[in-house]
Write a protein that binds this ligand. Structure first.
Ligand code: C2O
Length: 537
């Protein structure tokens, strides 16, 4: 086991995109930011120095953070921000039983639009991959670009209580220019593509012309080999896919295209980059893949439903006994405009995201984790998060059903869990306002996706469809619009963990909830005290 140490200097960077120059927030003058590579068992140490003009915090998306909730990163959940003007914090965490592709990103405001990078976890040398060793690998970070400061884009949306301005382009590895060569391949060889959706607000389809893939992992959890010519990836999710270079030696586009689940959406965008064969004898222009329709939900659903988890020693590991069952409805609704929302339409109100009709409010005075450690959440949060929504109805279209959820309550309420208990959550997308898929991300755990489907979850009908043998594991599940997903996890990691929509515009609107996990009985089940430089407010 090694110590993998980095210093992240966060500051302004001027870059040229779409023919104009734009000041962005970036790490070490790089966009995308530095790649972190580690192996199972390593300790990662990242010294963050904030010389940007904004509050900063960094989240290591998908890292389990066992006994290191202090290093998780979400602003005002696990820490207060690292202050501008030279504020510092050292994130320190262990890689425990994880392999595959993850990523890191800012977890404050919209800053993750430009503050992000890959976090690659390789198997221990003696172990190797559970598939034939690829000849080479390529990291493919998919993102979004604004011709504006993303902090302004977010501020504008919050003042108006509505959706933010759309990005103006998609990016591949930070570039909007569609003809950059991303990968050179040799005919007959196999390549591992590590694909990350770092976009803020869009699910994406990904294809390579004339090639198909074998998916081998999602969210750094191995899957059974799954053959497909299209990959679907929601914000926050990653896919590891093998691609065999078996086409005529030439040039081929890879393309990422917005997948819209929103009923009457019109926005669409595509980003491309090139894959070039060595020794190509082909002077013809590169070929574009034929992409699915931008609203092709059937293709998206088929992809997600096709994934199963790889059982490395053929023993199912899903917890079969469930201690706590929750039904969590979530989506967007409206709430009266707050006084500070000066651009908000007083008649229509402001958009509010909610779970079980509670719109999550970030605390201001102290992070949730610090209050948890003090054992005195008074004034910061209450343990009142409901296990069920206040009313049930047919989320798939009962007339007037939305009225019951139109106005959400607001609060900082957490769901307390005993150490080691098993939790099943039925996630029901209410699709009341802005009927779209929501990628829900849980910090601190991987969960099993037992089943997912369209319409209302129905216990009698759907329990029979649970995969309790080899469901795939994830940290982010895209719950279909007006549909549901069932997840299960074991609460064996003490600390405070947020579950939220990874569409970045929905987080400040409150589409989030918190799990608070107690210390367990043994020393390896206790959250150690915070590091000395832990940022407080
Ligand atoms: Cu990738 Cu809470 O986020």
């Amino acid at each position: 086991a090694a110590i993998v140490e980095h210093t992240f200097n966060v500051g302004n960077l001027t870059v040229e995109r779409l023919g104009r120059s734009q000041v962005i927030t970036a790490v070490n003058g790089q966009f995308p930011g530095p790649k972190i590579e580690a192996r199972d068992g390593d300790t990662v140490v990242v010294h963050v120095v904030n010389n940007s003009p904004y509050n900063m915090s960094i989240h290591w998306h998908g890292i389990l953070q066992r006994q290191s909730s202090w290093a998780d990163g979400p602003n005002m959940v696990s820490q207060c921000p690292i202050r501008p003007g030279g504020g510092r914090y050292t994130y320190r965490f262990n890689i425990t039983g994880q392999e595959g592709t993850l990523w890191w990103h800012a977890h404050v405001s919209f800053l993750r639009a430009t503050v992000y990078g890959a976090l690659l976890l390789r198997p221990a040398p003696a172990e190797g991959y559970p598939f034939d060793k690829p000849h080479r690998e390529a990291t493919i970070l998919l993102g979004e670009w604004w011709n504006a400061s993303v902090v302004d884009v977010e501020r504008q949306a919050l003042l108006a209580g509505g959706a933010p301005n759309n990005s103006v382009a998609l990016t591949i590895n930070g570039l909007v220019d569609g003809d950059h060569q991303l990968l050179a391949v040799e005919r007959g060889r196999t390549y591992l593509l590590r694909i990350v959706n770092a976009a803020l607000n869009y699910q994406l389809f990904f294809k390579v012309a004339a090639h198909s893939f074998t998916v081998v992992a999602a969210d750094a959890c191995y899957t059974d080999p799954y053959h497909t010519d299209v990959i679907v990836v929601a914000p926050g999710q990653t896919v590891d896919a093998l691609m065999r270079a078996d086409a005529h030696p030439g040039r081929y586009y890879m393309a990422a295209q917005v997948y819209q689940s929103l009923a009457n959406a019109t926005y669409s965008a595509t980003a491309t980059a090139l894959i070039t064969y060595y020794h190509q004898d082909d002077a013809t222009p590169p070929e574009m893949p034929s992409m699915p329709a931008f609203n092709d939900s059937a293709t998206a659903e088929r992809f997600y439903a096709g994934l199963t988890g790889l059982l490395r020693d053929s023993t199912p590991t899903v917890p079969l006994h469930v201690d706590t069952r929750m039904l969590v409805t979530f989506g967007l609704g409206v709430t009266p405009c707050a006084p500070e929302q000066t651009l908000c339409n007083r008649t229509l109100g402001s958009v509010a995201g909610s779970m079980n009709n509670v719109s999550f409010q970030f605390p201001a005075a102290m992070s949730l984790l610090e209050a948890h450690m003090r054992g005195d959440p008074d004034g910061v949060y209450t343990r009142e998060f409901p296990d069920r929504p206040p009313v049930m109805f047919d989320f798939s279209g009962e007339a007037g059903a939305g009225a019951a959820f139109a106005f959400t309550s607001k609060g900082t309420k957490v769901k307390a869990l005993r150490y080691g208990e098993t939790v099943e959550v039925v996630l029901q997308n209410t699709a009341i306002l802005g009927a779209e898929n929501h990628p829900l991300h849980l910090h601190g755990f991987n969960f099993y996706v037992l089943a997912q489907g369209a319409g209302n979850f129905n216990a009698h009908r759907h329990v029979r469809a649970y995969n309790l043998v080899n469901p795939h594991q994830r940290n982010t599940v895209a719950v279909p619009t007006g549909g549901w997903a069932v997840i299960r996890f074991t609460a064996d990691n003490p600390g405070v963990w947020i579950m939220h929509c990874h569409l970045d515009s929905h987080l400040p609107f409150g589409l989030a909830m918190i799990f608070e996990v107690d210390d367990g009985p043994t020393p390896d089940a206790v959250l150690p005290p915070p590091p000395p430089d832990y940022p407080r407010c």
